[in-house]
Design a protein around this ligand. Structure first.
Ligand code: PLP
Length: 446
């Protein structure tokens, strides 16, 4: 079928991604292979990307954008990092996949374990979804109990047990958050309120047979909402009291918020930890790990089944290893990225306020978040107060000024190592102009 093509011109830039999107929609469901890429909540159409270079994304028309998405987290060193690319190129020469163990997998496991307390053993998988799904199966087997608790607003991938949202209130059995998830299954998932230990206690009592609790210790999927240290320590104590396996989902925050993720902020001993994103260096690789006593229940040592044809893939492992070696070498990496993140959120705050917009920001290492609302955000109910219409406008204005932000109010932004103060200041100027444009537009309408 012949599609009409359109060329959009704005301030001397040409945009034709809409044609690519229309064509993609003919053969790919919704035109995208992951729904968040579709720009649905901010309007417009997604940019089709030609390539990435350091902190920039370049679209099919050759427009460059300062990229605060970084493939949704993995690219700590930005796009096309030379050392990571050359590790991948080196590995490719020996073959793409063996379905047999390699030394590099052991090396990568050691490099991850060296940074974390409480992890004896790991297993590699290919996505964060697989990591959390497998960790839950293992936790259920270890505790001998089927019910699990997750937190409202936390995301742990798209497996059935975890696609559950709060029912009529928190501290209740959840309801499927997607058609196709059996209610029988979601009935084993209780949903508690983030940063609210009483709601967790409520869930434990309601169920009477909770075997596992899964949490993003630095929530990044409802916008950036860190858990308080007191809450995490109380959660640990509650798990110990009731023999519940605590699964700490650091798929996003691991090696992103700090070299040792949440453990940089609070001395949280997990039972199981999930990793993904950064540890794959931009390739499909994730992992779950924990105490030997639990991990040894996995097949072939134990009876809990878990497997993967491409798990520990040699190319992904090479990329992950290069990433881990690089982030270990640069001593002040996270301090430097955090100071850039603070520079950006401080700039966003002052320019938003200058034009009369409320904003609430957070930073954890190279992760940053901002909500268009007044006050602090402790949980998903707070986050949902954000002005998503204002966010949509801001997103569009920033894009036109060459700044690529995550296309939803409820996502986290990422600083990458190639960014510097001048890139941040350029982004702040774009933000100031964007707020000015939005304020002017609403003044005209008002
Ligand atoms: C991204 C993410 C996942 C899912 O990982 P995929 O690789 O997309 O399957 C799970 N948990 C958290 C906290 C995440 O941010």
């Amino acid at each position: 079928m012949q599609l009409d093509t359109q060329t959009i011109e704005r301030e001397n830039r040409i945009y034709t991604s809409i044609n690519d999107f229309n064509e993609a929609k003919q053969v790919i469901a919704g035109g995208v292979n992951s729904p968040v890429r579709a720009f649905k909540s901010v309007g417009g159409t997604p940019l089709f990307i030609q390539r990435g270079e350091s902190c920039y994304l370049i679209d099919n028309d050759g427009n460059a954008y300062i990229d605060f998405v970084q493939s949704w987290g993995p690219l700590l060193f930005g796009h096309s990092d030379e050392q990571i690319l050359s590790a991948v190129q080196g590995a490719i020469k020996s073959g793409l996949s063996f379905g047999a163990p390699t030394r590099a997998e052991t090396q990568l496991a050691k490099a991850i374990i060296a940074n974390y307390n409480g992890i004896d053993k790991l297993r590699f998988v290919s996505s964060g979804t697989e990591a959390t799904m497998s960790a839950i199966r293992l936790a259920r087997a270890f505790s001998g109990r089927d019910d699990i608790i997750k937190f409202d607003g936390c995301y742990h991938g798209h497996s059935d047990s975890l696609l559950v949202s709060a029912g009529s209130g928190c501290a209740t059995f959840g309801t499927p958050s997607s058609p196709g998830v059996p209610a029988d299954l979601s009935a084993h998932t209780l949903v508690a309120r983030y940063n609210d230990i009483e709601s967790v206690r409520g869930c434990i009592e309601t169920s009477g047979k909770v075997g596992a609790i899964i949490i993003e210790p630095i929530a990044g999927n409802m916008g950036l909402v860190p858990a308080t240290p007191e809450f995490l320590l109380a959660l640990r104590a509650l798990c110990d009291e009731h023999g519940i396996v605590l699964i700490v989902d650091e798929v996003m925050s691991g090696f992103r918020a700090a070299r040792n993720g949440i453990q940089h902020y609070v001395n949280l001993e997990p039972d199981l930890v999930c990793f993904g994103k950064v540890i794959g260096g931009g390739m499909p690789l994730a992992a779950f790990g924990g105490r030997a006593e639990i991990m040894d229940m996995l097949s072939p040592t134990g009876a809990v089944y878990q497997a993967g044809t491409l798990s520990g893939n040699p190319i992904a492992t090479a990329a992950g290893l290069a990433m881990l070696q690089k982030l270990t070498r640069e001593k002040d990496l996270y301090e430097r990225l955090e100071s850039l993140a603070r520079r950006f959120t401080t700039g966003l705050e002052s320019s938003a306020r200058e034009f009369g917009f409320s904003i609430s920001t957070a930073v954890r290492g190279s992760m940053f978040g901002f909500f268009f609302l007044d006050g602090v955000v402790r949980d998903f109910d707070d986050a949902k107060r954000a002005d998503t219409k204002l966010f949509a406008k801001f997103h569009q204005e920033m894009l036109q000024r060459g700044v690529y932000l995550a296309c939803s109010q409820f996502e986290t932004g990422f600083i990458c190592a190639p960014m510097n103060e001048s890139v941040i200041d350029e982004s702040i100027s774009a933000a100031r102009e964007s707020f000015a444009a939005i304020a002017a537009e609403s003044a005209n309408q008002g």
